[in-house]
Write a protein that binds this ligand. Structure first.
Ligand code: ADP
Length: 433
């Protein structure tokens, strides 16, 4: 090891001693210039030897062998490189430790974790991913993920890069797997995969319970309604308090009937198979029918309703589509004040059809907009003003649209009205010729 603080001084002194010393010896023998030349040659030979040792040592750097013993500038160079090597080795060891800990911890997760590179090729995955997705290590490393999860829906989801919502797929082993994807770095993706069999089982139990309970409530309600229908025509001869009671009972029974109908429809939508066989539904005719029905229900509320519709056929389930548009249009009529304006538009927008119901009603509080499709969610105003409703209408709309690969957008400002937009993709409509 070298402890000289000023390596340059040592090298210069050495150079001077060799050259001047040999010059002096040359001078004594009357050959001063030969003496200098021999001195220089000696110095160059010494430098070459150091270089040779340096190169030999560098060859072995991976083994981290001790540097050759040397003094002066060369000793300093050897020591410095040796220290840097040791520091780098320590940093590498620490990094390996961190990576190993991260890998060990992700291996204990029950969720599958997968990393793909910018080209969608598999880079790394944990043990659960191997089990859930049947990936084999190391054979599958570097293969495109879409070759291993062979489902066109997954391929589309992976490539579209719209990962706001998770994707659930039934894979070969018969288990539903939920995928959550995130983009990071330069188009690399982190994929989380989870077996949701148990969750789906619980969800099934829940929807079946709601469906059964709603169904069971129907019979007693029909009996009560039957009695009320018998008593109400006679109520003029009853005590006024009794008559008021009967009329309130009738209102509540109607409310319960509406709730049960909506709950049964919702659980039917949740439990039905995806729509495969689609009918062609002429949009203009469907919307005119729904508008006419809404005007009949709210016959004593004068409003202007306008319909503008391209000649379009929606491809889907006629009753479900009727129910969705009916909920949106009935809401517009229900929440918009007398003499208000409602416009129903069904127009093509590039590769989509947009069906918009626009009103100049009270609008919606921005903090409520994201919650409107939740079951039983009702705006404060609807409750305060006791506007009748179940809070299930927009949940039904959302489900129908999902089943038709469509999306619901709600745009509204308090005091400026609302726009409910249903966006249907290209494969869900045809333009009438
Ligand atoms: P319901 O109408 O039975 O309350 P919905 O699910 O159909 O249930 O609607 C949820 C809430 O959305 C309503 O309670 C109301 O506050 C709000 N809403 C829906 N449509 C409109 C509209 N056109 N204008 C203002 N508010 C609306």
């Amino acid at each position: 090891m070298n402890s000289d603080n000023n390596p340059w001084r040592h090298s210069i002194v050495l150079f001077l001693i060799i050259t001047l010393g040999s010059g002096l010896i040359g001078f004594l023998f009357n050959h001063t210039s030969w003496g200098f030349c021999l001195g220089l040659l000696g110095y160059i030979l010494w430098l070459s030897r150091q270089l040779y040792r340096f190169q030999q040592w560098l060859k072995n750097t991976t083994l981290l062998s001790e540097p050759p013993e040397s003094s002066g500038l060369w000793g300093h160079i050897f020591d410095r490189i040796y220290t840097l090597q040791k520091q780098e080795k320590a940093a590498r060891k620490m990094l390996h430790g961190v990576i190993k800990r991260a890998q060990d911890s992700t291996n204990t997760l029950t969720d599958g974790v997968v990393i793909t590179n910018a080209q969608g090729l598999l880079e790394w995955w944990n043990r659960s991913a191997s089990q859930l997705l049947n990936f084999r290590y190391p054979q599958d490393r570097g293969l495109p993920i879409s070759h291993l999860i062979r489902d066109p829906v997954f391929k589309r989801y992976f490539e579209e890069k719209d990962y706001k919502e998770p994707l659930t797929l039934m894979l070969h082993h018969g288990h539903p797997i939920e995928f959550h994807m995130t983009l990071f770095g330069k188009n690399e993706r982190l994929l989380l995969a989870r077996d949701v069999s148990r969750l789906q089982q619980l969800e099934k139990v829940r929807t079946e319970f709601v469906a059964n309970a709603s169904h069971e409530l129907r019979t007693p309600l029909t009996v009560l309604k039957g009695y009320l229908d018998t008593f109400l025509p006679l109520s003029d001869s009853f005590n006024p308090a009794f008559k008021r009671g009967l009329s309130q009972m009738q209102d509540q029974i109607q409310r319960m009937e509406a709730l049960i109908t909506d709950l049964l429809l919702l659980s039917k939508l949740e439990n039905s198979m995806p729509i495969k066989e689609s009918s062609s539904v002429p949009l203009h005719a469907l919307l005119s029918r729904v508008i006419a029905e809404a005007q009949t229900v709210y016959a004593n509320k004068p409003q202007q309703i306008e319909l503008i519709a391209d000649r379009i056929m929606l491809l889907g389930h006629p009753e479900e589509l009727h129910s969705a548009f009916s909920n949106i249009i009935l809401n517009a009529v229900k929440y918009t004040q007398e003499n208000g304006h409602i416009r129903v538009e069904a127009l093509q927008h590039e590769q989509e059809v947009w069906i918009e119901v626009i009103d100049d009603g009270p609008g919606i509080d921005p903090s409520h907009i994201n919650r409107l499709t939740e079951r039983f969610f009702r705006g404060d105003q609807s409750r305060a003003q006791q506007i009748p409703g179940t809070g299930l209408g927009l949940a039904i709309v959302k489900h129908v649209l999902i089943r038709h690969d469509a999306k619901l957008e709600i745009i509204s400002k308090p005091g400026e009205g609302s726009c409910f937009r249903c966006r249907f993709p290209k494969h869900r409509y045809q333009v009438e010729s």
